[in-house]
Design a protein around this ligand. Sequence first.
Ligand code: NAD
Length: 414
Amino acid sequence: MTENAYANALRQYDTAVSYLDINPGLVAYMRMPKRELTVNFPVEMDNDSVRVFTGYRVHHNTALGPTKGGIRYHPSVELDEVRALAMWMTWKCAVVGLPYGGAKGGVICDPKTLSLRELENLTRRYATEISVLMNPQGDIPAPDLGTGEREMAWIMDTYSMHLGYSVPAVVTGKPLAIGGSLGRSEATGRGVMVTTIEALKHQRLAVEGARVVVQGFGKVGAPAAYLTEERGAKIIAVSDVQGGIYNAKGLNTRSVLAYAAAHGTIAGYPEAEPISNAALLELNCEVLMPCAMENQITGANAARVRAKIIAEGANGPLTPEADEILRRNGVFIIPDILCNAGGVTVSYFEWVQDLQSFFWGEEEINERLRRIMVRSFNQVLRVADDKKVEMRTAAQIYAIQRVAEAMQIRGIYP
Ligand code: NAD
C-alpha cells in the first residue's frame, strides 16, 4: 500500500463530494473514521519470550449497518493505511447495495516469520482485544493480506468460547465446515468477470474472442481468467510474481491453473511464450485485469497501456497519475470498489446464511451475485453519464450518496 493511501482516499472523496449537494456537516463527518481502536498486546513466543504486538481496528461509518472489512497481517500495517482501507470498504459496500459500513483491521507483524502456534496465539489475543468492537451485529471482520480461512476459524472459535456457544456470523471467509459459504473462493473473480462482460457490452465490443490479459494469477486473477474464458473470451496472457506467459491464440486457463498447482508458479508453462510483467501490461488487448497488487500502472507506464478496458481486480492497481493518463486516452476503467466487490458480496451472503443457519446452493449464490454486480455496474454507469464523470468518481458519488441519504433519514442523535 502506498504511504499516502489515506491522502488518496481523501482526495477521491473530496472530488466525488464536489458533485453532490450534501449538508457540509455530514460531508465533514464522512471524511473521518467513526471510531479507531489501537491495541498493544503480549504474545508468548515459542522460545518462552513475550513479544508485544500492535494492532488496529477502524470503523469508518455505520449509517447503513454494521461494519465489514478485512484483517491484514503485514509488517507495513499503519493506522493511516487502515483508515484508508476502512473508508474504501464503506464505499465498496454502498456501491453494491450491501447493508454495511466499512471497517478494516490489522496487526503489524510478518506472519511468514511466526510459527503456527505463535500465529494462533497472536490471532486469538488480537480477536479478544478487538472484541469490544467486533460482534455479528456490529462489526464482522474477514480475511485480507496475510490472513485466510485458518485465522477466521480461530477468530470465530475465540469469540464463541467467550460467549459459550458458537457464533459463526462474527466473521466471514471461514472454512465451509464451520459456516463458510459456497462460492466465496471464486466470488471476487466472478464479479470481475461479470463487470467485464458488462463493460465489453457497453463499449460495443464482442465478448467472443475478446483478448484478455490478467496480471496476478491468485485468488482473484485465476477465477477471473477461467470464468471469462468460459464466456468465450481469449485469455492471451497471465502472470504471477515470478513472471508471465503469453499465447496469442489464447491460453487454456484451467490447464494453467493445474500447472500452477503442481509447480507453484505459472512460469515455465509449456504451451506459451514467457513475457515479463512489465511487457504484459502493455499488450494490445481489449481487457486488462490487474489482479495482483496496488500501484502497478503508474505515470511511467500508463501511456503505453493499449487495453480498451481495465478491470481493477486488485485494490488500487492504478496510481492517480495513471488514472489521469488513461482517462485522457479513452480507456474505460471499472474501478476497484465496484469491480472487486464480488468478494464482500458473497461475504455478506455468508453472514446472512450464518444468522439464519440456513445454507444456500452454489448456483443460487452465483446467480444472486451476478444480479448484484450487473445492477451495480449499470447504476454507476448511469451516474457517470448523468454527471459526465469517469467510472471511478461515479462509483464514489453513488456510494457517498447512499451513505449520506441514510444519515439524513436517520437524523443526528440525540
Ligand atoms: P493472492 O496472493 O491470492 O494473488 C496475488 C497474485 O499476484 C499471485 O499470483 C502473485 O504471484 C501475483 N503477484 C504478486 N506480485 C506481483 C507482481 N509484482 N507482478 C505480477 N504478479 C504479482 O491475492 P488475491 O487475494 O488474489 O489479491 C489480489 C488483489 O486483489 C489484492 O490487491 C487484494 O487486496 C485484492 N482483493 C482481493 C479479494 C479477495 O477476495 N481475495 C477481494 C477484493 C480485492
